[in-house]
Each structure stands twice: as C-alpha cells, then as structure tokens.
Design a protein around this ligand. Structure first.
Ligand SMILES: Nc1nc2c(ncn2[C@@H]2O[C@H](COP(=O)(O)OP(=O)(O)OP(=O)(O)O)[C@@H](O)[C@H]2O)c(=O)[nH]1
Ligand SMILES: [Mg+2]
Length: 333
C-alpha cells in the first residue's frame, strides 16, 4: 500500500472528507495512478538500473560476474558503496546457500532488501503538538522553498491543517517574495521580517504568531548554505535554539532537502548537516530528473536518516510521502 499523507503524518483529528468538487477516484485506481506516476518519474533511474539488473539476473548463469555487474549497476545509481556491498553480499550468500533460486526470485529478493534499507528510523511526522514547528534546511537550490509550498498545500488539502510560513531566509531579497508566492498558492499566511533581519528573530516571531493564532503547523524556511560553511552551519544551530526558546520541544521536525541529482555529494551533505543540527528526515527532490535515485538508499542505509518526502516535479502537487516498497519497485522496474 502506497503511503498516503495520513500515513506519514500523525494527527489526532479525523481526515477531512475530500471536497465533493474534487472527489478522489476510488482508492485502488488512485493508488495505481500514484504508482504509475512514481514509475514515470523514476524512469531515468529505472532505465539505467532496471535494464542492467534484468540483463544481469535474468540472462545467463548466476556467478561471479553477476555480482560484479550488480554492484556496478547499484553504484552507478548512487546507492553508495557501503550499502551496495551489504546488499550484494547478502544476496550472493542467499543464492549460494540455495535460499533464493532463479533470476526472477533474486530480483524480487533484491527489491525486498532495498525496501528494507530504505525503511529506517521514525519515518513519520507527528503534527499533534500545536503548533508543530517544521524547519526546512539544506544546501542552496536543493528545493527547500518549493517543498515548503507544496507541503503547506498538502497539509491543508489532505489533512485539513492550518499552516503558517516563516520567511527566515533573510539572505536573498527575492527569497521572501518567492515564499510569499507559494503561500498564496497554498492558501496560507506568511510571517516576514524587515529586509536583512536576523533569521533567528524571524523564526522566533513566526512561532510566536503561530502560537497566538492557534495554527496547526508552522514551517520555517531558511537560507541555503553549504554544508562546508562552518559559520552558516552555526547560524542554523542558533535558529534552532531561538525556536526552542519560543516553544518547548520545537522545532519538532527538521527536514533536510537533498537534490537527488547531486548524487553521492548528497550523502556528504546529509552527514554534515546532521552533525550541525538534528535532522529528522530527508526530502529527496528532483527525482523526476535523475538516474541517481539510489541516493535515498545510501542516506538511509549509511546514516539511518529516513527519507520522508520526495519531490517529483515543480508543481504544487509534485510532492509525495516516501514509500520504501514502491520506491524499490519503481527503481527496479
Ligand atoms: N524538477 C524538479 N524541480 C524542483 C523540485 N523541487 C524544486 N525544484 C526546482 O529547483 C529550483 C530551486 O528550488 P528552491 O525551492 O528555490 O530551492 P531552495 O533550496 O529554496 O533554494 P535557496 O533558497 O536558494 O537555497 C526551482 O527552480 C524549483 O522549481 C523537484 O522535485 N523537481
Ligand atoms: Mg529557498
């Protein structure tokens, strides 16, 4: 079963009935639709990886060369060396012990293993605290602001939650306008500070207003920064502390956006960001444009940080809860 918004987010209220005007098609059909879109969007990864795996596992005898080619295919798809070695090692062992026989069964087993790795840690987001504060962090241009807009829209649309956005990217003049544009599309309000103000003070004010207005979720945007810029990473930690000062336990969720097209560098970004601030989940963006979707597995497998959301396009609806099984299936074709 594809994870839905109500699987990803823990809420204590009933999910609103869909608008009659845009009533969803019945569930199986909807689910097939979601899976088909995910497949289409992951087509680049699948073409590269799936074709190679098919050729490797289904044709000819399984032997030394099979494992080498499989390793190569997974590494090419950015699954990461350590995770690849672990998966192929296990598969080889299960094949040689006779536990799994035949190319097709091996392919299925491989899919199971990849899904198992992708599913790690607490992979849901608890939005029961009122307000729940979500902090978006990540390298420049990875898709933080776009993701926030999409997320705000889905939280309203799918879960009936009220959302307030905090424009704590005070570094770029256009950043606030960009976020305001998304707020308009998502139908929520935005808190902004004077130009060039301290990001911490805008975040503080957003959370304060969120409490005062009784909104369900406050999402705070931050300026993009390189994981190697120590001063900017320290600034992020400060924004976090300031938020915590306004509301105990906040931010409840720190989401790191990783651009799937950056490949193995994404693993390094995830590592260094999570050393600077506790990262609760990954948003893997731009999966529609890459043959490197395997980075999701490298991050989950090597850092134990769950991927929670995936970006599969630039439009409002192009954000999906991450589903490990569907992802592995779509990856392998
Ligand atoms: N194809 C595709 N494009 C995306 C996706 N997510 C974001 N983008 C695009 O990536 C570009 C950068 O997105 P932003 O949301 O501005 O990124 P950001 O992390 O906020 O950037 P900075 O604030 O400059 O650090 C925009 O052109 C987005 O439309 C996605 O899932 N798929
Ligand atoms: Mg931004």
């Amino acid at each position: 079963m594809a994870r839905d918004w109500s699987d990803l987010f823990i809420t204590d209220r009933a999910v609103p009935a869909p608008d009659a005007a845009e009533a969803a098609p019945d569930e199986p059909e909807r689910r097939r639709g979601v899976l088909r879109r995910l497949r289409e969007n992951l087509s680049k990864t699948r073409e590269a990886l799936g074709a190679e795996i098919h050729a490797t596992l289904l044709q000819g005898d399984v032997g030394e060369e099979t494992w080498e080619r499989l390793e190569e295919a997974l590494i090419m798809a950015d699954v990461g060396a350590a995770t690849t070695a672990q998966v192929v090692g296990r598969l080889e062992q299960e094949a040689s012990s006779g536990e799994v026989e035949g190319g097709e069964a091996l392919g299925r087993r491989l899919g199971e293993m990849l899904a198992e790795i992708a599913r790690t840690g607490e992979d849901r987001i608890d939005v029961r605290p009122a307000p729940t504060v979500i902090l978006a962090v990540g390298v420049n241009g990875t898709g933080k602001t776009t993701t926030i807009g999409k997320l705000a829209w889905h939280l309203r649309q799918e879960l009936g939650l009220t959302v307030l956005l905090g424009a704590a990217d005070t570094f770029r003049a256009a950043a606030v306008e960009q976020l305001a544009g998304w707020a308009g599309r998502a139908g929520c309000e935005i808190v902004r500070g004077p130009e060039g103000s301290d990001p911490g003070s805008v975040a503080f004010e957003a959370v304060r207003q969120g409490r005062e207005r009784g909104v369900d979720v406050v999402i705070v945007d931050t300026a993009g920064r390189l994981h190697t810029q120590d001063d900017l990473m320290a600034e992020l930690a400060k924004v976090r502390r300031v938020i915590a000062k306004q509301l105990d336990g906040a931010p409840h969720e720190t989401l790191l956006t990783i651009d799937a097209t950056t490949g193995q560098n994404g693993l390094r970004q995830a590592k260094l960001f999570s050393e600077a601030v506790p990262v609760d989940g990954i948003v893997l963006t731009k999966l529609d444009g890459t043959a490197k979707g395997g980075i999701a597995l490298a991050i989950a497998g090597e850092l134990g940080i769950p991927v929670k959301l995936i970006g599969i396009g630039e439009a409002l609806e192009d954000l999906r809860p991450f589903d490990a099984e569907d992802f592995a299936r779509a990856l392998l074709g």
